[in-house]
Every structure is written in structure tokens, then in C-alpha cells.
Write a protein that binds this ligand. Structure first.
Ligand SMILES: Cc1cc2nc3c(=O)[nH]c(=O)nc-3n(C[C@H](O)[C@H](O)[C@H](O)COP(=O)(O)OP(=O)(O)OC[C@H]3O[C@@H](n4cnc5c(N)ncnc54)[C@H](O)[C@@H]3O)c2cc1C
Ligand SMILES: *[C@@H]1O[C@H](CO)[C@@H](O)[C@H](O)[C@H]1NC(C)=O
Ligand SMILES: *[C@@H]1O[C@H](CO)[C@@H](O)[C@H](O)[C@H]1NC(C)=O
Ligand SMILES: *[C@@H]1O[C@H](CO)[C@@H](O)[C@H](O)[C@H]1NC(C)=O
Ligand SMILES: *[C@@H]1O[C@H](CO)[C@@H](O)[C@H](O)[C@H]1NC(C)=O
Length: 494
């Protein structure tokens, strides 16, 4: 006869063994990361940084369809000089990017003196409705004077609204700083919605920038001109983009902006190099199949990768990745930005001016469907008759148009970027977790705003989510995706 206590004892021991196994002998997962941009490389970095020492080492495979890492951080070579072709500027409070440059020993790009001092003009298609001055740019002593005069000119046109705009932007930037708080006191988020609500930023995604700024009592002229110029340059869109993306773009027009010498892509290259990643270039993933215990990723070259965890670190909107079983993501359009580099000389006659010197170094534009470009800026001046320019436009710029804008054109390089989401308030977000297992999506956060830093912040959260769901308690599993997930008009199946 068995004593009941013995049974209970055996049972307890059995349970204890099971639990111990659950905690310590979980196999080290292979994590496949699709995309080697700042998002994918940051996931790899934070997986290494936060992996518990006790658990077996994760294997990281990174699949990148291009022959280079960095994604939308890329450089272009124009007549021997290297320029940023995609993401170019970082904000002084982009703390992940700052830490990366320290960790990786990357140098900051020094301010290019050869481009002279920067002057701004706002072009409406017929005249410059506003122009700052650019006298005496090469003389350091005059620099301060010129910026004073320009502050005055801006003040005369836009008044106290400028200060209101600054305080509006600063308030938002300060909320964003919550994402740098100690991980121990910071929750892990399964959706961008929760993540944004926690920092008090969600409301900004539900309304347009225009409505936010009107409520903040900015003058209509400031919104129509300067704010419009900035959203057109940074996101190729109007002031009717959602408020958070709009505010982020305004923050990207302030002082203290910086970039990495040699190209911002070096952040991704360095993070990948330091994170013990098996990098596969020229490897485009075309399908992700959930086979129960693992995901099978097939590439266009016919290779298969098996991994317990799969991370999509690229926008799914214009990708051809097939998911088995299907997944549902929120509908989103991508804004294409055509970036055209020209080495040559602008034609003053196009702007109704008599000398090249009179054309501002940065020509911004107001919202007008007839305007064929969003901005033209001088990247580098070689001499009075020779410079490299960058043009942003929503449509490709034709040779005919370029021939009327430029009097001399020695070299032209065109890039068509699937650049960032076409922002639309209220934004509808896809969760970071695409199924009820281990399939993650970093770029779900891009509806909030698309920048190198926001990608890094989203990636840090995704890395923590992976670790907590894989090694942590299973209680985090939610059932909301499991059965015949309810779909609305705002979602598409992939
Ligand atoms: C013109 C332009 C200007 C910008 N300016 C700024 C700026 O000044 N400051 C700023 O902070 N941000 C700027 N941005 C935004 C910034 O570039 C992005 O937010 C950021 O780089 C996104 O990084 P990511 O890693 O999420 O995506 P990406 O950089 O797009 O990386 C995704 C990677 O995945 C790869 N990939 C895609 N599909 C597959 C597949 N099926 N299989 C394998 N690999 C695949 C791609 O080749 C790519 O390398 C700009 C963007 C553009 C286009
Ligand atoms: C940057 O690095 C420092 C030193 O390693 C660290 O204390 C800080 O938390 C890091 N910042 C972020 C945003 O991770
Ligand atoms: C966001 O909007 C809701 C509803 O209007 C409001 O209750 C809440 O206080 C707002 N949150 C912030 C941070 O402004
Ligand atoms: C990779 O990292 C090592 C040190 O960890 C360094 O010596 C090497 O230069 C790095 N390579 C690149 C391409 O960054
Ligand atoms: C992926 O490749 C494997 C091996 O070639 C194949 O058996 C499988 O059917 C492929 N899956 C898809 C979805 O094409």
C-alpha cells in the first residue's frame, strides 16, 4: 500500500523537475533577423546586451537582400565625394545613436565649411515669400551677426509663434526620453499603442500636425510656410501628417544636429560586427512558414533557414514576403521620396533672379500640387560655378525640368526611396508580435515616426520582448491573435 504522502512527494518532485527544466534547459534559440538596417542591427545588439548570462547563447542569423548593410542609411558618391543618400541627420537627444557612436568609436562628421553659411528661402513657385540673408558667410565674426539678423527676420515674419513651436517640440522630445529610463523600471510592450500611451505620446498619433499646432495657437502663416517646408523636407508630406511624425520632423530642424563621418550606415555595420551575427548578404526572404517548433525562412536563392524566433526588421508594406499561415497587418501606404543629386550650377533665371549668389542654400517650398520639387539644397560648394545639390521630390524629376532648374549639369544621380509611411491620423498600429508565438515586427513602430532613433527604440523593446517571451514566464502569451483573428477594414492579410 502506498502512503498518500509518498504520492504527493513524487508528484511534487516531478513538478519541480519539470519547472527546473523549463527554466534552465530551454534550448538556445536561433533568432533570424530580416533586414540589416538600424532596426535589425539594434535588435541584435540588444539581444546580446540583455541576454541572461545563465541561459545558453542565442544564435543570430541576419538575412539582408542587398549587398550592403544599413538599409535606408546609405551613401552616394557624387564626383568623388560621399554624401548621405537616405537618413542623414540625428538629433542631440538621440541617445541610442549617441551610445552606438561611442561604443563603436565612430567619429562625428564635422560641419562642412565649404558649403558656406546656410541660408533659407521659401519658394512658392513664383517668388521667394521669405528669405534669410547670407552676407559674409565665410568670415567667422559675421556668423553670429548673420544668425542674429536671421533670427530677427524670422521673428518679424512669424512672431511669438516661433517660441510656441519650440516649446511644443521640446515637450514632445522630453516625453520621448522616457524610453531611455532604466529597463528595470520600464515595461516591455507588445504593441506600439501601449508603448506610446505609456510615454504620453499616443494622442499625437490620433490627430494631424495641423490640428495640434492650431490648438497650440501657432499662427496660420507659420504653419503654411515654415512648418510646411520642414514636413516636406523631412517626410515629403504636408502638415496634415499625423501629429507625432510631424513633431518629430520639426525636432529635426533645430540646432545641434549631427551625423556619422563616413556615413550613418556605419552604426549598423559596427553593431552587426560586435554582436556575433551570422550575416547573409544578397539573401532576400520570400516566405516565412510557421512549422510548429520553428519558423522556416526561404530565400529567393532557394536557401532555407530554421529559427525558433523570427524578426521582421523592414516595412512589410511593399515587400513580397509570404506568411504561412497568413498574418494580418494594419493597412499603410509608403511615401516615396525621389532623391536627386546634381553636380553643376543652379540657374537663377528659373527663380526669377539675376545671379546664382542670390539663390538661398536651402530652397524649401510650400504645399502646391504644381510645384515639381519639395526642396533643393547645396551639399558642397567647390567654387562659385560648381556645387553638388540634393533635390527631394514626390515624383521623379525629368531631364527637361532639371535642364530648366540648372544651367550646368555634369552629373545626375537618381534614387527612388520607399522612404517612410504616408502618415494619416488617426494612425492604426500593427502589434510588435505578429502571431501568438515568436514572430516579431520592429517596423510596426514606424507609424509613430520614422527615424534612425525611433527604429533603435522599437528594436530595444522588441529585443526585450523576445527574451521575456522566450526565457521568461509563458503567462505573457495572449490569446488575442489565436483564433480567426477579427479583421477590420483597416487591415490587410499577408
Ligand atoms: C530620403 C530619406 C531621408 C531620411 N532622413 C532621415 C534623417 O535625416 N534622420 C533620420 O533619423 N531618419 C531619416 N530617414 C528615416 C530612416 O532612414 C529610417 O527610419 C530608418 O533608417 C529605418 O531603419 P530600419 O532598419 O527600420 O529599416 P531599413 O533601413 O529600411 O532596413 C530594412 C532592411 O531590410 C532589407 N530587406 C527588406 N526586405 C527584405 C527581404 N525580404 N529579405 C531580406 N532583406 C530585406 C532592406 O534591404 C534593408 O536593408 C530618412 C529616410 C529616407 C528614405
Ligand atoms: C548609454 O551608455 C551608458 C554607458 O554605458 C549607459 O549608462 C546609458 O544607459 C546608455 N543609454 C542608453 C539610452 O541606453
Ligand atoms: C489623451 O486623450 C485622452 C482622451 O481625449 C485624454 O483623456 C488623455 O488625458 C490624453 N492624454 C495625454 C497624455 O494628453
Ligand atoms: C569589427 O570589430 C573588431 C573588434 O571587435 C574590429 O577590430 C574590426 O575593425 C571591426 N570591423 C569592422 C568592419 O567594423
Ligand atoms: C521552403 O523550402 C523548403 C526546402 O526547399 C521546401 O520544402 C518548402 O516547401 C519551402 N516553403 C515554401 C513556403 O516555399
Amino acid at each position: 500500500m502506498t502512503h498518500p504522502m509518498a504520492i504527493i512527494f513524487v508528484l511534487l518532485t516531478f513538478l519541480a523537475i519539470c519547472q527546473a527544466q523549463d527554466a534552465t534547459t530551454l534550448p538556445a534559440p536561433t533568432v533570424c533577423i530580416i533586414g540589416s538596417g538600424i532596426g535589425g542591427s539594434s535588435v541584435a545588439h540588444f539581444l546580446r546586451k540583455y541576454s541572461p548570462n545563465s541561459s545558453p547563447s542565442i544564435k543570430i542569423q541576419m538575412l539582408e537582400r542587398n549587398g550592403l548593410v544599413g538599409g535606408r542609411m546609405a551613401t552616394v558618391n557624387v564626383a568623388g565625394d560621399t554624401f548621405e543618400a537616405g537618413a542623414s541627420i540625428l538629433h542631440p537627444k538621440n541617445f541610442h545613436a549617441l551610445n552606438y557612436s561611442k561604443l563603436l568609436n565612430l567619429e562625428f562628421k564635422e560641419k562642412d565649411s565649404s558649403s558656406g553659411c546656410s541660408s533659407l528661402g521659401i519658394w512658392d513657385g513664383k517668388i521667394f515669400v521669405f528669405k534669410t540673408v547670407k552676407i559674409g558667410c565665410d568670415v567667422p565674426l559675421f556668423d553670429k551677426l548673420v544668425s542674429l539678423v536671421n533670427s530677427l527676420l524670422l521673428f518679424i515674419r512669424y512672431g511669438f509663434s516661433l517660441l510656441k513651436m519650440d516649446s511644443f517640440v521640446e515637450g514632445t522630445v522630453n516625453r520621448f526620453l522616457k524610453y531611455y529610463e532604466e529597463p528595470a523600471s520600464r515595461p516591455i510592450f507588445e504593441t506600439p499603442d501601449e508603448m506610446l500611451k505609456w510615454a504620453g505620446l499616443y494622442n499625437l498619433t490620433t490627430r494631424t500636425l495641423h490640428d495640434e499646432l492650431v490648438d497650440f495657437r501657432l499662427s496660420p502663416l507659420l504653419i503654411k510656410e515654415l512648418v510646411t517646408v520642414i514636413t516636406r523636407i523631412n517626410y515629403g508630406q504636408s502638415v496634415y501628417i499625423s501629429g507625432l511624425a510631424g513633431t518629430v520632423s520639426l525636432a529635426g530642424s533645430g540646432g545641434g544636429l549631427w551625423s556619422i563621418k563616413g556615413g550613418n550606415w556605419k552604426m549598423a555595420a559596427g553593431l552587426i560586427n560586435q554582436s556575433d551575427v551570422a550575416l547573409h548578404l544578397h539573401e532576400e526572404i520570400e516566405s516565412i512558414a510557421d512549422l510548429g517548433d520553428f519558423y522556416e525562412l526561404n530565400s529567393t536563392k532557394g536557401n532555407s533557414y530554421a529559427c525558433e524566433v523570427a524578426v521582421v526588421a523592414t516595412p512589410l508594406d511593399e515587400s513580397n514576403i509570404q506568411f504561412i499561415p497568413q498574418i494580418s497587418v494594419s493597412k499603410r501606404k509608403i511615401q516615396h521620396t525621389h532623391t536627386t543629386f546634381v553636380r553643376g550650377l543652379l540657374n537663377p533665371a528659373y527663380f526669377g533672379l539675376s545671379a546664382v549668389m542670390e539663390i538661398p542654400e536651402l530652397v524649401g517650398t510650400v504645399e502646391d500640387p504644381d510645384l515639381p520639387f519639395s526642396s533643393i539644397s547645396v551639399l558642397k560648394k567647390y567654387d562659385e560655378k560648381d556645387a553638388t545639390y540634393k533635390i527631394f521630390s514626390r515624383q521623379p524629376v525629368s531631364d527637361t525640368l532639371l535642364d530648366s532648374i540648372f544651367s550646368v549639369r555634369k552629373e545626375t544621380i537618381r534614387i527612388d526611396w520607399p522612404a517612410y509611411p504616408h502618415y494619416h491620423a488617426p494612425e492604426v498600429f500593427t502589434p510588435f508580435l505578429l502571431d501568438d508565438r515568436h514572430l516579431y515586427y520592429v517596423n510596426a513602430f514606424e507609424n509613430a515616426a520614422s527615424t534612425m532613433e525611433t527604429s533603435a527604440v522599437a528594436a530595444e523593446n522588441v529585443a526585450r520582448l523576445i527574451l521575456s517571451r522566450y526565457f521568461g514566464t509563458k503567462s505573457m502569451h495572449s490569446s488575442k491573435f489565436s483564433s480567426g483573428s477579427h479583421r477590420e477594414e483597416s487591415h490587410v492579410d499577408l
